[in-house]
Design a protein around this ligand. Structure first.
Ligand code: GLN
Length: 547
């Protein structure tokens, strides 16, 4: 049976609950325990797949094809444990399940209520895979007091009550605001937040207090007294230069010790933190820097490309260089010369995306990289657009485009070099889709195998010819144009095992130009940088020396 840590937040949102949860997971692993992290989100969307990246940041995709909250990305980056469909659940999903059961008659005509029907569904979800790990860390999204969150708080209260004593603990994150005028850290919002929690039956065992200023012992004691928490379980959390400092920083202030004490695990196994010491060393002891442009559409909100940004940082760590990322809005040069916007960068990355807006600019970025020998990594849409660029400017298909843009515009303007995929193989099954399917959960999602061509650049980079990567797309490069494009030098160096779907393209004779239909960024870790990102940054280093 697993032990459970429920992680909640109060006072304000965006306190870094996800990061604290992920860091705690890493610290428990460092002490030899196995962990799984889970996110319970109170919003009513069924999953974040259809939420705008502007509002919600990136959609993180799991191997088993779930579209989840970006916090699951943090969890994976810190623990290396691949997240599953069952590690992310929203109120929308819970209610959908409850209502489906009601329609099927599973409740035998009973009145359906939040307690017990919704709370039971949440509890069932929480304990999936209970016998697989030592610790299950469940983060509740939002802030205590939110109306949508109440069924989740009630469910975790019941859950802890139904388990043997000492099996579940509660960790609560708050903020200690600093009032410059009086030169004081204020504890009152934390007291109120804990009061709110206690009013719904939850007593925190560990309090993590975010603060910009050092928290004096006197204030720590006061918080402990008023919030009914042991003083050593009041954990200060200060701002960090990098998120990857979090495991060591939280260890120094006693977070993992406080958690193990709360479970009365004594003596606590000693931690081996060498992995994180190496990560921090690679982050801070660098030899040079490179400037990389991410040419995208959601550049206003960096969270929309969270995993890419992190994977580039990991690539930098692999090469011991600092990666400076510049966000370049492709729409700006849709109708003008891209060169002035792209000159001087050591490498260009065109990330995934949806819809036509900004794509002409991104196609120009691919052309610029190809013609100027600048390292280029095209991810998903970034690969599709690189193929369209090749078709237009090298293979003579002047009106090459993607069916996606014609569908969106409601008119036929392009030769569909990239077409809407309606049938594909997943394991032993054939998946089919129609043009007017719902938007949610209908893409080619999750891990798929690819076969790499012997002797290609990607085979060399991966050091393998069989790989597995995560996908999230509806459209696909059409193999009809393969011969024509290969004759121009664009090699199809990775294909689905059945040879039907292009997975990777690369330009022959270019120092580093690779387009991938999948999302390698989702599998990169600070302690295990993804080979494509490590090599892309290496190529950027080479190109920086040429400038
Ligand atoms: N819009 C493209 C598709 O659906 C690319 C998706 C992506 O970049 N994730 O195929």
């Amino acid at each position: 049976m697993a032990r459970y840590v429920f992680i909640t937040g109060g006072v304000v949102s965006s306190l870094g609950k996800g990061l604290a949860s992920a860091a705690l997971g890493a610290l428990l692993q460092a002490r030899g325990f196995s962990v799984r992290l889970r996110k319970l989100d109170p919003y009513l969307n069924v999953d974040p797949g259809t939420m705008s990246p502007f509002e919600h940041g990136e959609v993180f995709v799991t191997d088993d094809g779930a579209e989840t909250d970006l916090d699951l990305g943090h969890y994976e980056r810190f623990t290396g444990v691949p997240a599953r469909k069952t590690d992310s659940v929203s109120s929308g999903r819970i209610y959908t399940t409850v209502l489906e059961k009601e329609r099927r008659g599973d409740y035998l005509g009973k009145t359906i209520q939040v307690i017990p029907h919704v709370t039971n569904e949440i509890k069932d979800w929480i304990e999936i895979g209970d016998d697989e790990v030592d610790f299950m860390l469940c983060e509740i999204g939002g802030t205590v007091g939110d109306i949508e969150g109440l069924p989740f708080f009630e469910a975790i209260r019941q859950f802890a009550q139904e388990r043997p004593r000492g099996q579940c603990i509660f960790m609560h994150l708050t903020l200690l605001p600093y009032l410059a005028a009086s030169g004081e850290l204020k504890t009152k919002p934390t007291q109120h937040s804990v009061k709110e929690l206690r009013s719904i039956g939850l007593q925190p065992d560990v309090l993590v207090c975010r603060s910009e200023q050092p928290i004096p012992d006197k204030e720590r004691a006061k918080i402990a007294l008023f919030c009914n928490v042991r003083p050593e379980a009041v954990i200060p959390a200060y701002d960090l230069k990098s998120i990857y400092e979090a495991p060591l920083a939280y260890h120094r202030v006693g977070l993992d010790q406080a958690v193990l004490d709360a479970f009365q695990i004594a003596p606590a196994p000693r931690p081996d933190l060498s992995v994180w010491e190496d990560v921090v060393d690679r982050l801070h002891n660098v030899d040079g820097e490179v400037n990389i442009a991410i040419v995208g559409k959601y550049t206003a909100l960096e969270d929309a490309y969270k995993s890419i940004k992190e994977a580039l940082t990991h690539g930098g760590m692999a090469n011991r260089v600092k990666v400076n990322v510049s966000w370049v809005d492709a729409e700006v040069f849709d109708r003008e010369d891209a060169a002035p916007h792209l000159e001087g960068f050591h490498a260009i990355l065109v990330p995934g995306g949806f819809g036509e807006r900004g794509t002409e600019g991104k196609i120009k970025a691919a052309q610029f990289a190809r013609e100027r020998n600048v390292p280029y990594l095209g991810i998903c849409l970034g690969m599709q657009l690189a193929v369209i660029e090749a078709a237009r400017n090298k293979a003579g298909i002047k009106d090459a485009g993607s069916e996606e843009f014609d569908h969106e515009a409601g008119q036929k303007r392009f030769t569909p070099v990239v077409y809407h995929l309606k049938e594909w193989v997943q394991g032993n099954y054939t998946v089919t889709r129609s043009a007017d399917d719902d938007k949610g959960g209908t893409m080619r999602l999750g891990a798929y195998d690819a076969t790499l061509k012997e002797g290609s650049k990607v085979a060399e980079i991966y050091g393998a010819t069989a790989i597995e990567e995560r996908h999230r797309h509806r459209y696909e490069v059409d193999t009809k144009y393969r011969d024509k494009l290969e004759k121009c030098g664009l090699t199809f160096s990775g294909m689905s095992p059945d040879g039907r779907l292009p997975e990777i393209v690369e330009w022959k004779g270019h120092p580093w130009f690779i387009g991938v239909q999948f999302h390698p960024e989702l599998k990169s870790k600070p302690f295990a940088p993804h080979p494509l990102f490590a090599d892309f940054v290496r190529a950027a280093v080479v190109s920086s020396r040429l400038v």
